[in-house]
Design a protein. Sequence first.
Lengths: 372, 353
Amino acid sequence: MSENVTLPKQQGPTDKPAGEPLLTVEGLTKHFPIYGGFPFKRQVGAVKAVDGVDLTVHAGESLGLVGESGCGKSTTGRLITRLMEPTAGKITYAGRDITRANRKQLAPVRSEIQMIFQDPYSSLNPRQTVGTIIKSPMEVNGINPPGGRENRVRELLETVGLNPEHYNRFPHEFSGGQRQRIGVARALALEPKLIVADEPVSALDVSIQAQVVNLLQKVQDELGIAFLFIAHDLAVVRHFSQRVAVMYLGKVMEVADRDSLYNRPRHPYTHALLSAVPEADVDTGKKERIRLAGDVPSPVNPPSGCRFRTRCWKAQDKCATEEPPLVQISGNREGHLTACHFPEEPSTEARTEDVVMDPALAALEEEHGSDD
Amino acid sequence: MTTMTKTEDTPAPTGPEAFLSVRDLRVRFSTEDGIVKAVDGLSFDVERGKTLGIVGESGSGKSVTNLTVLGLHNRKTTEIDGEIVLDGQELTGASERELEKLRGNKVAMIFQDPLTALSPYYTVGRQLSEPFMKHRGASKKEAKARAIEMLDKVGIPQPALRFNDYPHQFSGGMRQRAMIAMALMCDPDLLIADEPTTALDVTVQAQILDLLKDLQQEFGSAIIFITHDLGVIANMADDLLVMYAGRAVERGSVREVLRAPQHPYTWGLLSSMPRLGGDTGESLVPIPGSPPSLLNPPTGCPFHPRCAFTDQVTGASCSGERPSLGAGRAAACHLTGEQKQTIFIDQIKPRLG
């Protein structure tokens, strides 16, 4: 593939990468040590949760981060907010290297990068009132908005669609969707420039999900906040993010603008993911059918070379020995990067033959003759 | 109100081939806060070899319904009315002993979370063999052979070795496969799958769904497939039942319901869901409010406090009268058929892209 890696600018404008890079991540790595042994405990291995991730979030844009459980997407979010210490790599926020910044140096940055958590039940302190919860980031950072903090909290409650009168209520008095709104209000309290949203809607019912997605979209449009939107639901990510990165076993496999990633994916894993999403339309045209075998391998001992090769139908010897770099493949738009030696055709149309890697499934289908 | 409750939910089509038929099922739990009406007047049929999908949000009563079919509810605190007839046998009044004969034999269940549904204390093989030995009177050796055959069928590599493993040695997808193998051990006529893929990743979910479909072809079981994901239903089911607040609000074949839904709640579900092929410029249209508490469900139509079309109803009151769910393809809504059609075509369909 290396001969057609470099490529002049392609095609027309896409969903423009808005503004300057706000956050740049290079070679970000997080290894969690595993200790064992007798009689002296020592490190016997490491869970390579995040293993060399490169990402850029531009000001005011939303970057989606998708992948299956255990691919390191949440850890990436936590490393970026510096809730965890990276093992290696570099995080640059607004031109400043914050990888190893200490508490004091981080203080001004912390208020600009906020987080929304997945579970609205465990991320709010049950013993504090909503007012206290939303107010505390301002207290910690010594911010005194004009009109007072309490006033600001009421404003925020209104922004996220809650009744400002509920200032003195406790989290248990709210439903799941409302609690998630409180989480959003808390994240907005410091007027951040970047919000890392870690699966903000996956704990909610379908009819409530849309309410929260719309709220986040409103916040993004009106306040121009950049988002790193971490989720496993490809349809939600597509709806919310202008650019999307696909992760697998601690690495970014493909990153592109929304349109390219969903309609002209090149990485086999992206193809597999998209084909696995169940769709509620009964009438849509046939799309390709790819069924992988087994589960994601353990990040303690990831496959050599390309991480996806053990489940890939195009894997060859080269994939085991050489790790494919994340580069722009010929024919792709600018900014569409793929880490694959043998990329797929840029289409999600049904192919002449389904890819069925699962042996049991293949056997059953052989027996019955393929019916779908 | 009372008169309405009597007349509605007239038995849905009782095809002679209906293998399981549930009529006017009511399930109430007494809790400290009062009585929870978890299921309130539900009727449905499942035919042999067919798949019935039940969709609904959490708390809509979809799981409770199926636990009661197998008698897995707490008998002390639960009150059940109505009829559950499985292959000619009435189950609501059946004794524990009779039910035990059915469970894992004629009717089997696949639960959502295989890690909690499998016992961590016994090997996977032993858990698979047990129902086979109990129901078929098979010897340990026969049961082992059968278990290994089933593990192989669901795609567990080296089944003879894996037979002796404990559940924690299996990965998430493999555990769910083992659960399916366990459910199929006795060749059940009815399989109840309660959110069987919700805990799995999409790529694994796709494998498991296809596997279930292919196995159904081979074994000819009827399946009740419970989920909150309309996408999964579209792939799996023949017929669809949409539940809300313990009641069925819409029924029909999957094609009919997804192509031309008739109930405002189904419209809401469909238009609040982002799609892979949808227009990203359009914002989603959520259903306002949140699902009602079943301690004190709204009067009349349970959906009326969240419904955007109540003002168009003439001749009946949404908050006073409970709309009935007719037989066959039907929706429990006071809107006339014509209104439903115009609203769907003019307002809802454009949103779905």
